[in-house]
Design a protein around this ligand. Structure first.
Ligand SMILES: C[S@@+](CC[C@H](N)C(=O)[O-])C[C@H]1O[C@@H](n2cnc3c(N)ncnc32)[C@H](O)[C@@H]1O
Ligand SMILES: [Zn+2]
Length: 259
């Protein structure tokens, strides 16, 4: 990791990260370190709590297991999870790599993540300005979060792996059918950047049955529909006692080209 003030290497001594110019950053009680110079935002406490509840009930376990299989198979040694949230996927993958870092703007999310997963160093920072050296990591994951392609190209070693996860066409189709009269499939986009080549694409899909009302509310809150939907849609969610829905994820695996 590097110092966000001067760019010099950070060395960790007990509970403090320090650079050669004596800029210091303390590890919080839970274990994360805040390398954000300005104010930080990221997901709110409520969104974080909803996502933590839903993911920890393991409705998305197939995606978690598949990501663990992929980082193991591709022999990722140093992994960076960008926009890691509460570390549901990070904590699983960290067991299969030598060094693991999770980066997110949300302190509330990283408090939860670092309490549960001691093998990963969680860092409060913007994924668009990463406190990591050029060409220092060999794997990046970026799951349901904005795609900072320039920073990925900078911090990845040559031939490093960039794994991006986005919703597949029919992800949460059953939920959308209950909310809206007219339902559209999700659009899917690939990263088109000459520094990366797509080497593999994996679809993970399942049908889930949720019969806990609070889990349905939590799922709704962690989707974009929560912000975009009318009061009428929120009312429909409030009345739902069970839900069957398709889930589908698009895992895109890129390799940084030799330069
Ligand atoms: C939809 S959540 C996904 C969290 C996690 N990857 C997961 O799938 O459970 C998106 C995450 O990206 C974070 N985020 C959004 N913009 C960010 C930025 N510019 N820098 C760092 N984190 C960011 C949010 O705080 C949030 O935790
Ligand atoms: Zn410094």
């Amino acid at each position: 990791m590097i110092c966000p003030k001067c760019g010099a290497k950070l060395v960790c001594c007990e509970k403090t990260f320090r650079c050669e110019n004596n800029h210091t950053y303390d590890r919080a009680r839970q274990g994360y370190v805040n390398l954000m110079l300005g104010g930080n935002h990221g997901d709110s406490k409520e969104m974080v709590a909803a996502r933590h509840r839903f993911l920890n009930a393991d409705y998305y376990h197939l995606l978690k297991e598949r990501l663990e299989e992929i980082v193991t198979r591709l022999q990722v040694r140093v992994l960076l999870d960008l926009g890691c949230g509460e570390g549901y996927y990070t904590s699983g993958m960290s067991r299969h790599v030598a060094e693991c870092y999770g980066v997110d703007l949300s302190k509330d999310a990283l408090k939860i993540a670092s309490r549960m997963d001691k093998h990963t160093q969680y860092v409060v920072a913007s994924i668009f300005r990463l406190p990591f050296e050029d060409e220092s990591v060999d794997g990046i994951t970026n799951i349901f979060a904005p795609a900072p392609v320039d920073e990925c190209a900078r911090v990845l070693k040559n031939r490093g792996i960039y794994i991006r996860v986005a919703p597949h066409r029919r992800h949460l189709y059953g939920l959308k059918k209950k909310l809206y009269d007219q339902v559209y499939e999700n659009e899917m986009e690939l990263i088109k950047d000459e520094r990366f080549e797509l080497i593999e694409r994996v679809k993970v899909e399942d049908v889930i049955h949720i019969d806990d009302h609070d889990d349905i509310e939590a799922l709704f809150m962690m989707t974009p529909y929560y912000w975009k939907s009318s009061k009428e849609a929120a009312h429909k969610v409030a009345e739902m006692e069970s839900l069957d829905t398709e889930i589908a994820f698009d895992i895109q695996i890129y390799r940084k080209k030799d330069c």
